[in-house]
Design a protein around this ligand. Structure first.
Ligand code: UDX
Ligand code: UDX
Length: 424
C-alpha cells in the first residue's frame, strides 16, 4: 500500500518506519523542514532503540520524507494523521493541528481522483474524527464514503519499546465510518497474529483514553499504597509482587515511585476529565489519579529534608532526567519538578542522564551543572537522587559511602545505611 504519514513526531516516525518494514511505500510529511531532512538522511529526530537502523534500511527505497503534503497525498491510498494533540489550559485537547492537517489533506484531495482513506492515529476526544468529515468534504468538494473513507486507529506505543510494541501489539483497534475504510486499514495489519478489534470511530477514540487512564490509575494506586507503606516500614514492591500475581490484577504498572511523566498520561487524563464534565459527569477517580501523581515528586525532596535538614547549600547529584529509561524525552518528566524544588530549597544540583541531557539543558539553562559521565556525576557529590531507572544505575557498588534517595527502586537498599526509597 502507499501511505502518507502527516506529522512525524514520536508516533508518526515510528509508524512510518514500521509500515515501511512491512513492505509498504511510505512518505512522511511534516511542516518542520529540519525533521524532514533528518529523516531523509536516515536519522531519527527522536531517540528510540532500533529506529535509526530501521530508517537507514528503508530510506531512499520505500521510505521518504517531504514538506510537500500535496505531492504525498496524490499517491497515497492511506493517509495517517499523527500530529500532536496538546492540552489547552482548561485541560481540553487543542485540536488546531488536527484540523489544520485535515484541511491540508482536503486541499490536496481536490485534485485527486482515486479513493483514499484518512486515518486518525493521534489521540483525540470521542467524536473528533467524525467531525473531520465535514471539514474535509467542504474543503475538498469530495464525498465521504464515495471519494474518501475515514478511520481511527489509535496508537499504544510506549517510548523505549515502541518498535517492539508496533510489531507485536496486544491488539489493534480500528474504528471506521464504513466497511470499505475498515478493510483498507485492515490490509495493513493482515500479517499480525494479534486480535483486531473493529468498532465505530468514537469507540476507537474512547478505547485509547480508557487504556491510558487505567494505566495511570494503576500507577497512582500503587503510589498511594506505597505512601501508606513507607511510614509502616513496608516495601510496596514486596506487596505489589504478591498482589500482581493475581491474574485479575496483573503486576505491570504497579511500580511506585515519583510518579508518571511523559507526553500522554497527564494530558489524556485531563482531556477525559474535560469530556466527562462536558457531559455532566464528575470524574472523581480520574481527578485524584492526576492529583496523586502531582504530589509524588515532592515526596523524595521531603524525605531528603527529613534526613538531612535544610537543603540550603547542599550539593546534590541527580541521576536520570528522562521521564523513563531508553528515552531522551523530557516532556512532563518528574525530574523537572524535583530539580526545581531542590533549587528553590537552595540546593546545588549536578545532573547526569545517558541520553536526555541535551533536551534537559534547554529546560534548565545554566541553573544546574551537567556531568558527562556517570562516574563524574557520582564523584562530585555525596548526596544522590535517582530519578530514572536506567540499567547502568543499578550497580549497588557505585553508591559506596553515598547518601541515596531512590525515586524508582533502582537499588535494593535493604542492607544499606543512608538509603531512602520513596515508597519502600
Ligand atoms: C503523538 C500523537 O499525535 C498524540 O495525539 C498522542 O497523544 C501522543 O503522540 P507526538 O508524536 O508526541 O504526538 O507529536 P509531536 O512530537 O507533537 O509531533 C507532531 C509533529 O507534527 C511535529 O513534527 C509537527 O511539526 C508536525 N505537524 C504539526 C505537521 O506536520 N503539521 C501540522 O499541521 C502540525
Ligand atoms: C504511554 C502509553 O503506555 C502508550 O500506550 C501510549 O499511549 C503513549 O503513552 P509512555 O508514556 O511512552 O507510553 O510510557 P509508559 O511506559 O506508559 O510510562 C509512562 C510513565 O509512567 C513513565 O514516567 C514511567 O516511569 C511511569 N510508570 C510506568 C510508573 O511510574 N510506574 C509503572 O509501573 C509504570
Amino acid at each position: 500500500m502507499n501511505i502518507s504519514i502527516v506529522g512525524v513526531g514520536y508516533v508518526g516516525v515510528v509508524t512510518g518506519a514500521c509500515f515501511a518494514e512491512f513492505g509498504n511505500k511510505v512518505i512522511c510529511v511534516d511542516i518542520n523542514k529540519k525533521k524532514v531532512e533528518l529523516i531523509n538522511s536516515g536519522k531519527s529526530p527522536i531517540y528510540e532503540p532500533g529506529l535509526d537502523a530501521l530508517l537507514k534500511k528503508h530510506i531512499g527505497k520505500n521510505l521518504s520524507a517531504t514538506t510537500d503534503i500535496n505531492k504525498a497525498i496524490q499517491i497515497s491510498d492511506l493517509i495517517f494523521i499523527c500530529v500532536g494533540t496538546p492540552s489547552l489550559p482548561d485541560g481540553s485537547t487543542d485540536l488546531k493541528y488536527i484540523k489544520s492537517a485535515a484541511k491540508d489533506i482536503a486541499t490536496a484531495l481536490k485534485q485527486k481522483n482515486t479513493y483514499s482513506v484518512i486515518v486518525v492515529k493521534s489521540t483525540v476526544p470521542p467524536k473528533t474524527t467524525e467531525s473531520l468529515i465535514s471539514i474535509i468534504e467542504q474543503e475538498s468538494g469530495k464525498s465521504c464514503g464515495k471519494d474518501f473513507g475515514i478511520a481511527m486507529n489509535p496508537e499504544f506505543l510506549p517510548e523505549g519499546r515502541a518498535l517492539e510494541d508496533f510489531m507485536n501489539p496486544d491488539r489493534t483497534v480500528i474504528g471506521s465510518i464504513d466497511k470499505k475504510s475498515y478493510e483498507s486499514v485492515l490490509s495493513l495489519y493482515k500479517s499480525f497474529k494479534t486480535p483486531i478489534i473493529h468498532v465505530d470511530l468514537r469507540t476507537a477514540e474512547m478505547i485509547k483514553y480508557t487504556s491510558n487512564a487505567f494505566l495511570a490509575t494503576k500507577i497512582s494506586f500503587a503510589n498511594e499504597i506505597g505512601n501508606i507503606c513507607k511510614p509502616l516500614g513496608l516495601d510496596v514492591y514486596e506487596i505489589m509482587n504478591a498482589v500482581g500475581m493475581d491474574k485479575r490484577i496483573g503486576r505491570l504498572f504497579l511500580n511506585a515511585g515519583i510518579g508518571y511523566g511523559g507526553s500522554c498520561f497527564k494530558k489524556d487524563l485531563n482531556s477525559l476529565i474535560h469530556t466527562a464534565k462536558n457531559n455532566n459527569i464528575e470524574p472523581k477517580i480520574l481527578k485524584s489519579v492526576n492529583e496523586t501523581n502531582d504530589c509524588q515528586p515532592h515526596k523524595i525532596v521531603e524525605l531528603a529534608k527529613k534526613k538531612l535538614g535544610s537543603l540550603e547549600g547542599k550539593k546534590i547529584t541527580v541521576l536520570g532526567l528522562a521521564f523513563k529509561p531508553d528515552s531522551d524525552d523530557m516532556r512532563e518528566a518528574p525530574s523537572i519538578l524535583v530539580i526545581n524544588v531542590l533549587l528553590s530549597e537552595g540546593a546545588l544540583v549536578t545532573a547526569y542522564d545517558p541520553i536526555a541531557m541535551e533536551n534537559a539543558k534547554k529546560i534548565f539553562n545554566n541553573k544546574i551543572n551537567f556531568s558527562s559521565t556517570l562516574e563524574a556525576a557520582l564523584s562530585v557529590n555525596k548526596i544522590i537522587f535517582i530519578l530514572t531507572e536506567w540499567k547502568e544505575f543499578k550497580k549497588e557498588s557505585l553508591y559506596y559511602e553515598k547518601i541515596v534517595f531512590d525515586g524508582r527502586k533502582v537499588l535494593n537498599g535493604k542492607s544499606r545505611d543512608n538509603y531512602e526509597g520513596v515508597c519502600w
